[in-house]
Write a protein that binds this ligand. Structure first.
Ligand code: FAD
Length: 480
């Protein structure tokens, strides 16, 4: 079965209810309940008409940034209504359960060193499962270890002489680590920038470590195998990696947005509610309103936060913001089930061979057993780009053919294909010039948030949502 992640069509709106909390699993369960669109929202006022509802703040988009904005407003006791177009919260951070396997919609890693995430998430209840700090690089017909010397000193020493870079490269990695750790996040996100490729070359890294390690590793993080992304993003992620672990929540990556949503009041999130337009209502002091695709109108009392993906924000706020019109970064993630994994390590495999379409892969159940039913292995493989010209069948065949060279024909041909996720807009393009700490006010009481206004990461989305809520409250003169 294959899935294409694209704007869905929308059934009737529904409210997201948090109806039970299982103390044993520490997990909040959601119930999706259809309600009439006239159901009371958080706040109504005499101005409400048959087809118009008034509410404190309107948040458009229920991804990490919209949820972070909602959490900030809720902590300040400000009423809000979050309108989400799709049938669930999380945006790009969602998970499906298929045949007992936990399938994240695309390969995603949660880095515990993310500074904003440390402030807003409860790590313990996410039950984070760690990756090995490093990678196994497929090169020249075999696997070679790249290890974090602080966490795996022995492995790092043993790998000094392997073909994934020179000894000098490995020293330079250590130096880069020290350098980023001495800089503040603000300094990193606003410093002079070049592309990652230029930064690596200027630092003195050899072509071999760039092609065999950095290209698949950071190319996989930013879905950019040319390494054109801003050096600011490289330094930021490098620092977070140095400060934390690469992990997966045991219940799937969607446990992160679910945790944020579970803290919000009942009926504050409305699903299947696509916003068609944001109306600034003329004068500078007028409060904006939003109109849903079904014609319903919501008027805000304090302002609107637009927390949607870059192409959608450019559509909703056309004429109000300068559209960058840069095509987003794409990826396809392929999942297979297997009876056993050929290795036991919870490690990321990178393609350092310079050949083929596979960028990275891992055995998810080696990191978190919960990702598969008992006795089964979940294999996750990622390619960079949209591969629109290839059918799912031929893409899957090509991946199986390549991985047969890595792990052996009989092993890989026994895997059962589960599902492909084609993600057309995985991340915004963050080539220089970037502006990662932009002013988030767009016009009279309209604010924006999301990863295109910050670093394209979970952390960027979370911090931009919180900052947008703070800016709105300041603007509305609500003391926080
Ligand atoms: C495959 C993949 C792998 C990734 N891996 C990582 C990783 O390992 N680490 C990391 O830090 N980051 C990763 N990212 C990036 C990270 O997921 C994003 O940066 C972040 O989730 C963006 O959150 P957001 O809230 O800004 O946007 P989104 O998650 O896109 O949320 C926007 C929301 O707005 C809704 N919406 C859109 N239009 C409307 C409308 N008109 N009306 C109402 N609602 C609307 C959408 O349905 C969506 O729910 C990955 C992304 C992908 C896709």
């Amino acid at each position: 079965m294959n899935l294409i992640i694209s704007p869905p069509t929308y059934p009737k709106p529904s409210f997201l209810h948090f109806h039970s909390h299982d103390p044993q699993t520490k997990r909040t369960h959601f119930q999706f309940k259809l309600q009439s669109s006239k159901s009371p929202t958080l706040q109504t006022s005499p101005a409400e008409s048959a087809n118009e509802t008034q509410t404190g703040v309107i948040i458009i988009g229920g991804g990490l940034s919209g949820l972070a904005a909602a959490n900030k407003l809720h902590s300040e006791k400000i009423p809000f209504l979050l309108l989400e177009a799709s049938d669930g919260i999380g945006g790009r951070v969602r998970t499906d359960i298929v045949d007992g396997f936990i399938l994240d919609r695309g390969f995603q890693i949660f880095i515990t060193g993310y500074p904003e995430a440390q402030k807003v998430l409860d790590y313990e209840s996410l039950d984070l499962q760690k990756f090995y700090s490093g990678a196994f690089v497929y090169y020249n017909g075999g696997f070679h270890t790249v290890a974090d010397p602080v966490r795996h000193l022995f492995d790092a020493l043993m790998s000094l002489a392997n073909p994934i870079g020179t000894v000098l490269d490995k020293l330079l990695i250590g130096l880069t680590r020290v350098k980023v750790l001495t800089r503040s996040d603000e300094d990193i996100l606003t410093s002079n920038e070049v592309s990652i490729m230029d930064l690596l070359t200027k630092t003195g890294f050899s072509k071999s470590i760039i092609d065999r390690f950095f290209r698949p590793f950071f190319g996989g993080i930013f879905f950019d195998n040319e390494l054109e992304t801003s050096s600011r993003l490289f330094d930021f992620i490098f620092k977070c990696l140095a400060l934390g672990d690469n992990t997966l929540p045991s219940k799937g990556i969607s446990a992160i947005p679910e945790q944020l949503a579970s803290k919000l009041p009942e009926k504050s999130i409305r699903l299947n509610s696509r916003v068609a337009s944001v109306d600034f209502n003329g004068s500078e002091n007028a409060m904006p309103s939003v109109k849903l695709q079904n014609g319903e109108v919501f008027r805000s009392e304090l302002g609107v936060i637009v927390a949607v993906e870059e192409p959608e924000v450019e559509r909703l706020l056309a004429g109000k913001i300068r559209a960058r019109k840069k095509p987003g970064r794409s990826t396809v993630c392929l999942y297979f089930s297997a009876d056993r994994a050929p290795v036991e390590e919870p490690v990321l495999f990178l393609n350092g061979s310079g050949k083929g379409i596979v960028n990275n892969m891992f055995f998810a159940t080696n990191v978190a057993k919960s990702y598969g039913p008992p006795g089964k292995t979940l294999v996750s493989v990622s390619v960079i780009g949209s591969f629109e010209e290839m059918s799912d069948e031929s893409l899957t065949d090509e991946v199986v053919r390549e991985l047969s060279e890595w792990f052996g024909d009989s092993v890989v041909r026994s895997w059962k294909h589960l599902r492909n996720y084609r993600i057309g807009f995985a991340q915004p393009d963050q080539k220089p010039p970037t502006n990662l700490l932009r002013d988030l006010k767009i016009g009279s009481s309209v604010f924006v948030s999301g990863d295109c206004w910050s670093s394209a990461s979970f952390d960027g989305a979370l911090s931009s949502g919180r900052r947008a809520a703070e800016a709105l409250l300041k603007d509305a003169s609500v003391s926080v």
